[in-house]
Design a protein. Structure first.
Length: 366
């Protein structure tokens, strides 16, 4: 360092004056190490056959043969939690969004008949709070355990200047497998297939940009009692985690004996954008409103003055997963779903599309 270095005018002959460290730049390596130590037991608790490596290596390994597969097709997916994170940060409630992150990924895998095998997460923040990050990862580990997949790795990125103080972002990555002969791709759907809908726990992780606007319009604070659930705060109610459908759907596929022709995860875009992804161009979903949505949806529609069509185009409206099932398989599939703890509704059937739309909801579409 030059004696005239402007960083050290009072100590021109001190060679240590003005030296910077990574911590001075806002990155706390010690906090990162502390987080790894905190989450190692959480990851270990999610181990399953095929995933035996320790957390902390440069790459994570998975042994398909040890998992029992003979002719597997790998199925992968990635997703996030969206602006639901804003509510979690504002309410300082972080455990549920970890479950959300896993659910948004693994629920997508199971629609193709795939068993989730392993999961990786990406947590990015401006300044690492070990407590907040650990709470998030606790939720991720809980979601992995519920869906039978191993948390085998991830990345924690501390990036000063990229995020506001206290803010963070999440992404998740899941890989599953299905035996080639058991892949579900929607090509077997047929006229007359019964549509079975599985109850959701609320908005799950979709539509939260609109939800936050509606909360603003309501004038309520997140710690106020929820008008639709007075036993909980508004923040807690709106942060109800996404339901994990993996185990129930895998049981239903096995019970159906090939009669489960398609599954559809109702996420962003609601019924109108998701159901056509699994029906093919010649079929339509004729949906009957045979279920009672959670009260949160009525509140959102009323306060936001959201039309019925827009509600079903934005939210799951109480149905988080739909199965298209051959009529003769509907009874055993439904029994398997209910035995796994799901609330099941028969919500319609597949019909010829003709010149009509791909989705028709009774009482919503003319």
């Amino acid at each position: 360092m030059s004696p005239t270095d402007p960083a050290s005018p009072d100590r021109p002959n001190d060679p240590a004056a003005g030296r910077l460290t990574y911590a001075d730049a806002g990155v706390d390596i010690d906090a990162g190490n502390a987080l790894v130590d905190r989450i190692k037991p959480l990851a270990k608790a999610t181990r399953r056959p095929g995933a035996d490596g320790a957390l902390g290596g440069f790459g994570a390994l998975f042994d398909l043969k040890a998992a029992g597969y003979e002719d597997p097709i790998l199925v992968s997916g990635t997703d996030g939690v969206g602006t639901k994170l804003k509510l979690a940060i504002e309410a300082d409630r972080h455990e549920g969004v970890g479950v959300d992150l896993v659910a948004m990924c693994v629920n997508d895998l199971v629609v193709q008949g795939a068993e989730p095998l392993f999961f990786l997460d990406y947590f990015a923040t401006g300044r690492l709070s070990v407590e907040t990050a650990a709470a998030v990862v606790e939720g991720i580990a809980a979601g992995c355990k519920q869906s039978g997949c191993a948390l085998i790795g991830g990345e924690t990125a501390e990036m000063p200047g990229m995020y506001a103080d206290g803010h963070y972002d999440l992404a998740g990555f899941a890989v599953g497998a299905v035996e080639r002969a058991q892949l579900i791709d929607g090509t077997r759907t047929a006229t007359g297939d019964v549509l079975l809908g599985l109850a959701s726990s609320g908005p799950h992780s979709n539509g939260y940009s609109l939800i936050r606007r509606i909360v603003e319009r309501s004038g309520l604070a997140l710690d106020d009692a929820a008008p639709f659930d007075p036993e909980r705060s508004l923040g807690a109610a709106l942060l109800t985690p996404t339901r994990l459908y993996v185990r129930a759907c895998l049981d239903a596929i096995a019970a159906g004996g090939g009669g489960v022709h398609a599954l559809c995860h109702i996420t962003g875009g609601g019924f109108y954008e998701n159901l056509p992804r699994v029906t093919g161009p010649d079929l339509a979903c004729a949906v009957e409103r045979s279920w009672t949505p959670p009260a949160v949806f009525d509140w959102l529609a009323e306060v936001g003055r959201v039309t019925a069509h827009e509600m079903h185009r934005t939210f799951n409206c109480g149905i988080g997963m739909v199965l298209a099932v051959a009529p003769d398989a509907a009874a055993p599939v439904r029994a398997a779903l209910e035995a796994a703890g799901e609330t099941v509704y028969e919500i319609g059937a597949l019909t010829p599309r003709g010149d009509g739309s791909a989705v028709r909801i009774a009482g919503v579409d003319a």
